[in-house]
Design a protein around this ligand. Structure first.
Ligand SMILES: C[C@@]1(CC(=O)O)C2=NC(=C\c3[nH]c(c(CCC(=O)O)c3CC(=O)O)Cc3[nH]c(c(CC(=O)O)c3CCC(=O)O)/C=C3\N/C(=C\2)[C@@H](CCC(=O)O)[C@]3(C)CC(=O)O)/[C@H]1CCC(=O)O
Ligand SMILES: NC(=O)c1ccc[n+]([C@@H]2O[C@H](COP(=O)([O-])OP(=O)(O)OC[C@H]3O[C@@H](n4cnc5c(N)ncnc54)[C@H](O)[C@@H]3O)[C@@H](O)[C@H]2O)c1
Length: 223
């Protein structure tokens, strides 16, 4: 069955990861880009995790002990990736009973959410899932789609995002706004991923004048 990709704001959300091996380390690497508060609980850690802790500071907590049920208490979502299959299943059952979203790495039937193959360029995220049919296809498509994203596209999206309020403030008609945003993207791509604030201001004025000219002509034709 196909899974629906909700895009969730994870900034500051509490993520508990049970297990601290390579699997857990990879999950931390992916998730840290989305700003959650991550706690990893395991008797032994992959050597990269303490190094990452130095980099991430308070965003990453390492609890060097076995998992306890009480670890779930304030978790917003959980990943079970210990080497103990029974324990992973136990964590999954507890989470499901408490309505806490749970991923058991590579065990679809124990998951309430699954991981997609991800492309991230600043705030642009492309997520690919095959509903569990073939993670290898998801990975393959990731490689293909990555090639299709123009250089600097994440930067361009971020720039255009910073002009949204300006456009909304100056332009009332949605159809003109849409035209402006469309032109910004086309010009931004043509200019290699850059569209400056000055250009945005000029474009807004030009499109407003164009529109005024058009409605003027229309009024004259109506007479
Ligand atoms: C996308 C990605 C993200 C990530 O892991 O972060 C991901 N798996 C990846 C790779 C990968 N995983 C596996 C292989 C070996 C080849 C193969 O088995 O096909 C490869 C390929 C490789 O490593 O080259 C083994 C595997 N995976 C699952 C099972 C269980 C089963 O089949 O029942 C088994 C068999 C275990 C066994 O043999 O016992 C299950 C799941 N794996 C998922 C996600 C979820 C569904 C995603 C979807 O909807 O497509 C789901 C359902 C649950 C979950 O884990 O969330 C990541 C791509 C990384 C990237 O982005 O590059
Ligand atoms: N390595 C892979 O590429 C891979 C891929 C897919 C699935 N898996 C599966 O995912 C699981 C984790 O893989 P890994 O390679 O990270 O294994 P690993 O052996 O490197 O790490 C296992 C981790 O689980 C921790 N652990 C054991 N008992 C625990 C407990 N009671 N409470 C909390 N943590 C506990 C260990 O301390 C360790 O940190 C395994 O079941 C493995 O079969 C591994």
């Amino acid at each position: 069955m196909a899974y629906f990709p909700f895009f969730v704001d994870l900034e500051g959300k509490k993520c508990l990861i049970a297990g601290g091996g390579i699997v857990a380390y990879r999950k931390v690497l992916v998730l840290m880009e989305y700003g959650p508060q991550i706690t990893v609980v395991a008797p032994q850690f992959h050597p990269e995790l303490p190094l990452l802790k130095k980099e991430l500071g308070g965003k990453l907590t390492l609890l060097e002990r076995k998992f306890q049920d009480s670890d779930l208490e304030d978790a917003d979502f959980v990943i079970a990736g210990t080497s103990e299959e029974e324990l992973n299943r136990h964590i999954s059952l507890l989470c499901k009973a408490k309505n806490i979203p749970i991923n058991v790495v590579d065990v679809q039937e124990e998951c309430s959410f699954i991981f997609p193959a991800l492309i991230k360029e600043k705030h642009i995220t492309v997520a690919i899932s095959t509903g569990g049919d073939s993670p290898t296809i998801a990975k393959y498509l990731k490689g293909k789609f990555k090639e299709a994203i123009p250089d600097g596209f994440g930067d361009l999206a971020e720039q255009l995002g910073s002009y949204r309020d300006l456009v909304k403030e100056k332009v009332d008609l949605i159809s003109i706004r849409t035209d402006i945003f469309q032109t910004m993207v086309e010009e931004g791509i043509r200019q290699g991923g850059v569209f400056t604030r000055e250009q945005a201001e000029e474009l807004i004025e030009r499109k407003l004048l164009e529109h005024e000219g058009k409605s003027h002509t229309n009024r004259n034709q109506e007479k």
